[in-house]
Design a binder for this molecule. Sequence first.
Ligand code: 13P
Length: 255
Amino acid sequence: MNKATRKAVIAGNWKMNKTPAEAAALIEEMKPLVKDADCEVVLCVPYVDIAAAVEAAKGSNIKIGAENVHFKASGAYTGEISAEMLLACGVEYVIIGHSERRTYFGETDQTVNLRTLAALNAGLKVIVCVGETLEQRELGYTETLLKFQTKMALTGVTKEQLKNVVIAYEPVWAIGTGVTATDDQADEGNGFVRAAVAEAYGAEAAEAITVQYGGSMNAKNADGLVDKINVDGGLIGGASLKAADFAVIVKAASK
Ligand code: 13P
């Protein structure tokens, strides 16, 4: 197996943007632009937009994802949403461990792992985010950190379940900053993630797993990034809020 046989996934992460009506309108705008995609197209939207997004995406090649999930099946967890609830709403993917959740909401490698297990056990596909801060990079810890985060997130995940796992390498310093990793930096980071999967699951599983790049990916730089051997698509923030830009990125990953 090689890059050509791996599934590229272009996923939008809308973060805290769009009302349900705005979400439906944006998806309607995107549908004709991405309909010929030769990659998986996913939009991860705020919880309150899920119903409208699922409805708008019906009959198209756009899959709907959530931006987080709780690790318990039910109970006294005010404000939280379970994997089963997401599935019942038509959600197929969920982002786990985004750096914004790690930074602002106390997400740890342990809770990332618990959420990953809960989502996979319920039947969702996961997009697990890993990435180093600028300080960690400058201290020379990028490889160590990416391998550690990857292995921690996947602890207890079976080889079979790994087929439902996408990992997104998102250098924290590149998120929302307009500073994109160079094509080679993205390739190297994704390579560290893939190497961690090889260490834990073997070479074949590592070759098969989809590893995205994320961090200021846009219509202009997507081409070079997704051409890299270890980059299987992207997790897109800001540019996924603009139909035309998102469509260009989908096209770049469809070559
Ligand atoms: P930007 O594309 O806005 O930098 O965000 C990247 C990201 O965090 C995707 O999850």
